[in-house]
Design a protein around this ligand. Sequence first.
Ligand SMILES: NC(=O)c1ccc[n+]([C@@H]2O[C@H](COP(=O)([O-])OP(=O)(O)OC[C@H]3O[C@@H](n4cnc5c(N)ncnc54)[C@H](OP(=O)(O)O)[C@@H]3O)[C@@H](O)[C@H]2O)c1
Length: 335
Amino acid sequence: MTAKTYKKLIANKHAANFKLAIEVIDIPIPEPASNEILIRNKFAGVNAGFDTLICRGDISYIKLAPPFDLGVEAVGEVIAVGSDVKHLLPGDNVVTIYRGGGYREYQCVDANITFKVPEATPEVLTLMPTGVSALVALEQAGEMTSNEVVLVTAAAGGTGHIAVQLAKLAGNRVIGTCSSEAKAQLLKELGCERAINYRSEDLNQVLKKEYPNGINLIFDCVGKTIFDTCVENLAVRGRLVIVGFISEYGNDFEKVTQPRIYHQLFWKAASIKGFLMPLYQDYAAEARERLLNLFYDKKLKVVVDPTQFKGLESIPNAVEYMLSGQNCGKVVVRY
Ligand SMILES: NC(=O)c1ccc[n+]([C@@H]2O[C@H](COP(=O)([O-])OP(=O)(O)OC[C@H]3O[C@@H](n4cnc5c(N)ncnc54)[C@H](OP(=O)(O)O)[C@@H]3O)[C@@H](O)[C@H]2O)c1
């Protein structure tokens, strides 16, 4: 190894948006301690919502004083192993998923928090945290069964496109929402019986007309008025899982005044549940294995957005790209 230093991206202050909060710095490449491995990151997942909220100091369970590291999941190659590490070798491919591990060119971590994977590709990386979140949210929070109608919002995004396919594989009829005809076409290819471009069609009207009995399970990534429409269209005993609320991440949270939510849920015995993957970690290992099997058996496709984001300096643009709703599939940065 010839490089002596590497770059990482940090938040050096809290700020209204990601771009204003961050800085790229150079630091020495460390030697791994006996229990550690040194990894050269090849790809990192971009999580625009999380990245923005953490830079704003708006994630209630994470209180950090700047400066702090950014990025979460990465896949890369093991460069060196500590003397006590027996299950990994230089040249192996590993995924890491922890706050601060993503937006950096190298990382030195406890070998036991890494997962060995067959290849260091954006597809495998996408399955690990993003696919796992989709699967666990549907099955555990959403109590997904079969022969139901399932609605996924931001369905052509990183999390959504996996959720669409898992709901279909489980034997459900799947509806997906998105903002362009190209995304709607992708959703049809992934198994949606109805793709609703909410920019050209009225989501509420379509659901009321075409699904008069309501939606049994809703996987909502978007929030705001899309969330309101979802709640309004829940079926009797329908379940809505709050996976995220990306429409509010770039802005101040909207204050709303309306009758309390129980008026809408009680008469349909419907429910709304928040989902946060870090609080469902006990399901992650089994989900990872199942997703990799589905992927290598060619039952599950992973769509990676084709826009090239290369290097740490490109990450603010990747965050903005996602928040502007342009991405189709998972957004990754390449190092
Ligand atoms: N709870 C958890 O543990 C967990 C884990 C992973 C992800 N998530 C959440 O899942 C959601 C998706 O995340 P992702 O990383 O996979 O992103 P993504 O879906 O790949 O990208 C974001 C997509 O959201 C939609 N969007 C963006 N801004 C919007 C706006 N203002 N109004 C409506 N739609 C907007 C756009 O698609 P269209 O407008 O075309 O639909 C955009 O392509 C986020 O809310 C994220 O926080 C939660």
